[in-house]
Design a protein around this ligand. Structure first.
Ligand code: HEC
Length: 171
């Protein structure tokens, strides 16, 4: 009998919580409406979405993967190198979607023109676990970073191949 009661009580408790939550939500809604109730309240546009700048995305999505790719190869971790190469390609592709033009030039085309060849070279170096080929392809990729920075008047951002002493790729 006691067990039966316990089972029957559970849905009631749940319903009570749901009702309380709905009430709190309604109060919140009413409060926010009354605060925003100016003449244009009904017309106010939704908050503008935040678009990270090229520079934001370079620091957040490109630079760390460029470094990790190098570290993976240094550690002989070819699986991780392949994974980071894929992520770096994806990050460049999303960057191009987010910023279709830069200085009136198609940004995705510019990315493709400088990165395609080193990406292909890196891909085959990783597949064949070839350190020498990797070193050359990685240097080519790093040159690609710098060639775009120079072309777009950001030559001050000088990227380098990291080293064991200074794992950062920023010169
Ligand atoms: C197709 C062009 C292009 C390529 C390729 C490119 N970058 Fe950039 N990068 C830019 C531009 C443009 C800026 C400057 C953005 C700004 O300041 O508005 C920049 C800025 C940066 C910055 C400085 C961000 C800051 O705010 O300090 C870093 C770091 C960077 N890039 C890393 C890299 C690395 C690493 C690579 C190669 C793996 C790379 N970039 C490849 C266009 C490119």
């Amino acid at each position: 009998m006691i067990r039966d009661d316990a089972i029957r009580r559970r849905p009631i408790t749940f319903a009570t919580i749901t009702m309380a939550a709905a009430a709190i939500f309604a109060i919140g809604l009413a409060t926010s409406r009354s605060v925003a109730a100016g003449p244009d309240a009904a017309l106010s546009p939704p908050a503008t979405a935040y678009l990270p700048s090229i520079s934001d995305l370079m620091i957040a999505t490109i630079q760390p993967r460029h470094e990790r790719l190098w570290r993976a190869e240094q550690d002989g971790n070819w699986d991780f190198a392949a994974y980071e190469l894929g992520n770096l390609k994806g990050a460049f592709s999303r960057l191009g979607h987010a910023h279709p033009t830069e200085h009136d030039i198609s940004f995705p085309e510019m990315i493709g023109s400088v990165t395609e060849q080193p990406f292909n070279e890196l891909n085959s170096a990783i597949r064949s676990k070839d350190d020498t080929a990797f070193a050359k392809a990685y240097a080519d990729l790093t040159d690609a970073c710098n060639s775009c920075h120079q072309a777009l008047n950001h030559g001050v951002v000088e990227i380098r191949v990291p080293s064991r002493k200074a794992a950062s790729d920023l010169n």
